[in-house]
Design a protein around this ligand. Structure first.
Ligand code: TPP
Ligand code: SF4
Length: 294
């Protein structure tokens, strides 16, 4: 029987602001799961999501798959734990830009380095949204928010470049309001064996709405013949936009980089599906080995 989009609905009322870019991400991810299941790539029961804390994290409530609502900044270690415990699962991580690039940035760097076979989707609205609009590491200079009334003055972090140099094997940027391209990239990321990272520019209509700027300054990497297998070219393209809002900015969207190398769970000596391990201890054997009579 074919999986339908409505099979992924939940009864939980959606509390995102009307017009929030998170709706685009939700739709694209649901469509990607439906298509991957119906194309025979995986079964619905294999999909497992992990969220952080923030507006993005409510996605946990809105998709009817197994999941773990984790804590702020800790999406990736949770996702890694699930994957190594049961490599048969397809693990999707969802974090905010605050979540992923501030408190969680060390986990992000090491997940790229480890090349664990999971997909990480960062809802990058360039602001801490749930806490009502403070600057994050990807906020552009000059942004006036509650924590920076005089304007943010630090240079933004470039997560695409960081992912590439840290060893991620699939690196992409998408726009939350372009659901079709986002869906295709999510499918490609899930099919990729290794750490797949998508930085999704997600307009926050309440605290940081960059929708118009992205629409007028973005272009697609595949339209300019970009070769995602070329490391130097990928890095060059990654550095093309610095997450600032300059008149002459050009924002590349699509897949920057793809390569293959061994995954974390394929080489970690202890990895095996732990749920298959017999846990009944043989008390006689343990006593024979460790018991010393008084
Ligand atoms: C360990 C911890 N640190 C900080 C917070 C406070 N906090 C809750 S939501 C949030 C902002 C989330 O921003 P982001 O990750 O960018 O997600 P968004 O709300 O923009 O989707 C923060 C800082 C928390 N709940 N737990
Ligand atoms: S505050 Fe921003 S990110 Fe949060 S639901 Fe509203 S529009 Fe979306």
């Amino acid at each position: 029987m074919k999986l339908e989009l409505k099979d992924l609905n939940t009864p939980v009322p959606n509390t995102w602001c009307p017009g929030c870019g998170n709706f685009g991400i939700l739709t694209a991810v649901k469509q990607a799961i439906v298509e991957l299941v119906n194309e025979g790539f995986a079964e619905k029961r294999q999909f497992t999501l992990v969220s952080g804390i923030g507006c993005h994290a409510k996605i946990y409530d809105y998709i009817n798959i197994n999941g773990f609502y984790s804590i702020h900044g800790r999406v990736l270690p949770t996702a890694l734990g699930i994957k190594v415990s049961n490599p048969e699962l397809i693990v999707l991580g969802f974090g905010g830009d605050g979540d992923t690039y501030a408190e969680g940035v060390a986990h992000f760097v090491h997940a790229c380095r480890y090349n664990v076979d999971i997909t990480m989707i960062a809802h990058n609205n360039q602001v801490f949204a749930l806490t009502t609009g403070q600057a994050t590491p990807t906020t552009e200079r000059g942004f006036k928010g509650k924590s920076t009334p005089l304007g943010t003055f630090e240079q933004p972090l470039n997560p695409i470049a960081l992912a590439i140099v840290s060893g991620a094997t699939f690196v992409a940027r998408e726009f939350a309001l372009d659901v079709q391209h986002l869906k295709e990239t999510v499918k490609a990321a899930v099919k990729h064996k290794g750490f797949a990272f998508i930085d999704v520019l997600q307009p926050c209509v309440s605290y940081h709405n960059m929708a118009e700027f992205v629409r007028t300054h973005a272009y697609r990497l595949e339209d300019v013949g970009h070769n995602p297998r070329d490391y130097s070219e990928a890095l060059k393209k990654a550095l093309e936009w610095d997450y600032e809002y300059k008149e002459d900015a050009r924002i590349p969207l699509g897949i920057f980089y793809i390569t293959e190398r061994e995954t974390y769970e394929s080489v970690w000596p202890a990895t095996r599906p732990f749920y298959k391990v017999r846990r009944e201890p043989d008390i006689e054997k343990i006593l024979a080995k460790h018991y010393v009579s008084p």
